[in-house]
Design a protein around this ligand. Sequence first.
Ligand SMILES: [Zn+2]
Length: 398
Amino acid sequence: MNCVNLGLKVRLYPNEDMITRINQSIGNSRFTWNKLLEEYQNTYKMFKFHGYNKLKCNMTTFNAMLNMLKKEHDFLYLSESSSLQQVYRDLINAFNKFFKGKASYPRFKSKKHDKKSFRIQNNGNIKIKDNTIILPKLGEIHYRTSKKYREKLKNVKINNVTIKLENGKYYALFNIETEIPEFHKTSEFVGIDLGMRTLATLNNGLKIANLDVTYEENMIKKYQKRLSRKKYNSNHYKDTLKTYWKWIDRKKNKINDYYHKITTQIVKNYDIIILEDLDIKEMFQDSNKSRKLQRIAWRKFVEMIKYKAQIYGKTFRQISRWYPSSKNCSECGHYYKDLKQEQTEWKCPQCHTIHDRDINAAKNIQKQGLTDLMNETMNLWDRGDSTVILLSWESTSP
Ligand SMILES: [Zn+2]
């Protein structure tokens, strides 16, 4: 059994009065974000001007700022207090990512473009009933989910809940702690190559296709066009908006179903899963649209495998992105420098093996990942750490 944090999303059915309160809380969180960011920037400038050391970007700083803000704006008391503290936690995270060079400078949030949500910590004030959820400052809200999940919600530890407005619908996303049995060990390990034409190729030759959502995308475009021709907020407009949202949901659900299915299968089948490390920074710099979209798909795939491996007791590994997985012959190790970008098949000039480009790369990724793992294990053994026992790789070494 593995104790893990999981997300559980349920649809909410708030009445008019509650909708007002939820929207107020969403607005308050956005307002707080923008005000704290502004305040931090101003104080930072002032500090710098007077020659003080750098202004600390931590809980103490922001908590003081939040308390000041609350004194000036009464309506902030309509929010559950932990939801506003969550705002500065998110802001600190955003700054830390920026300081580490992993993200751009935190920006102000707009009502139109940013996510509409807020998060409440569970201090024992969140209650789950059969058909309703009791939330602090909001009251009792109807919700709907399957019987299985309803029972689960009543019996697990809830860390926090995020209330979200998404495509005209309200949701509660619970962060829960639950016990999950690990998947059976299979003593199998796999190297996976991520590609453009094919989403993923396994070293055993299995290819996982890219998901085709052209139909859903065309429908979304169609209704988007119709929307633009209708009078804003008229009844026709509202009807079309519903259909438009429906197609957005369908596309999202189709993508999620697909990725969940393939990644669960991989984690079930293999004890050690080895992939390439994706350079996240490069993703934002890539101007080619289809490459950019494909990188988003890879990231989704990799992230899912990573967290599922963790949950279900498997080993997830990434090898350096700069390892030349495509150009090395997986049979004899010859480095074939003349391999072209568009070549899907090639013959090794040294051992004459004919390679499928992606399968050859997957084989190399598997080999390299296992070598890395072996070296690491040896190092740990050298240091006398006998508790580290790598899965049974000896019995199935390549
Ligand atoms: Zn060769």
